[in-house]
Design a protein around this ligand. Structure first.
Ligand code: PMT
Length: 226
């Protein structure tokens, strides 16, 4: 029996990886499949929450009973998350958001012919959605959770990222070309702004998701309906 401890709560989850277009046919992207974010959505719905899932370029099927908002770019993801977050009890940013986007979008396909040497691609910074949410909470008492995808010095980088982003919880996971991205399983350490550290051993992404919801539920300022 799944506890209905998220009944009466609205949770917003971002999933997948943003795509930053160069022209109508090409983009800068990343290896996120959306599986971790969708697992968070399924487990929250199973625990009674109303769930908004902002999904960037995921091929996964929409989980039952979940409101899915499809987006492509970081700027679109920011807009959709901020809109849904205005009445949310918790926001979990599991999406892999591009830190930079091409400075120029070419309205026609960039041609191979005509240019002797290819031009370098100029990039501009994307908004940091997690830091923005954590700093200006759209709703008082809202719990803000980030993920940290690290390839080296995983825990040290995670601790520094938690301090920089000012979120309540940061789920630190290791990634690589054959690690975590697209996999059914994950392992992580969930860091709390209060100094807590919760290790989740390698297992289904749903198990990590349930631990995240346990830690979120503990931090809600008021008792829930469940
Ligand atoms: O989708 P899967 O294949 O299941 O893979 C899961 C995952 C590896 C994508 C996921 O577990 C994960 O780690 N997601 C976060 C990826 C990421 O962008 O990490 P980051 O360390 O670059 O960013 C830190 C946090 O800031 C993240 O919560 C991210 O959503 C957020 N961010 C990042 C950049 C930006 N411009 N705005 C943001 O809000």
């Amino acid at each position: 029996e799944v506890p209905a401890d998220l009944a009466g709560r609205h949770v917003v989850i971002s999933a997948g990886g943003t795509r930053e277009p160069l022209d109508p046919v090409r983009f800068l992207g990343n290896r996120s499949s959306g599986k971790q974010g969708y697992a968070l959505a399924r487990t929250a719905a199973a625990r009674g929450a109303r769930v908004t899932l902002v999904a960037a370029n995921s091929a996964l099927a929409a989980p039952g009973g979940v409101d899915v908002v499809p987006v492509e770019t970081a700027v679109q993801l920011r807009e959709a998350v901020l809109k849904a977050a205005s009445d949310a009890d918790a926001v979990v940013m599991a999406a892999a958001v591009a830190d930079f986007r091409p400075a120029v979008y070419a309205p026609g396909k960039i041609k191979k012919h005509g240019t002797a040497d290819p031009e370098p691609v100029a990039l501009v910074r994307n908004p940091d959605i997690l830091a923005e949410l954590a700093t200006d909470r759209p709703r008082a008492g809202q719990i803000v959770v980030g993920f940290a995808a690290e390839t080296d010095d995983v825990l040290a980088n995670g601790r520094a990222k938690l301090a920089r982003k000012r979120c309540d919880l940061l789920v630190v996971n290791e990634v690589g070309t054959d690690k975590t991205f697209g996999a059914e399983e994950n392992e992580a350490v969930v860091l709390g702004a209060d100094g807590s550290e919760t290790s989740v051993p390698y297992g289904p992404k749903e198990a990590l998701s349930d631990t995240v919801w346990d830690l979120v539920a503990l931090r809600f300022p008021d008792p829930g309906a469940g």
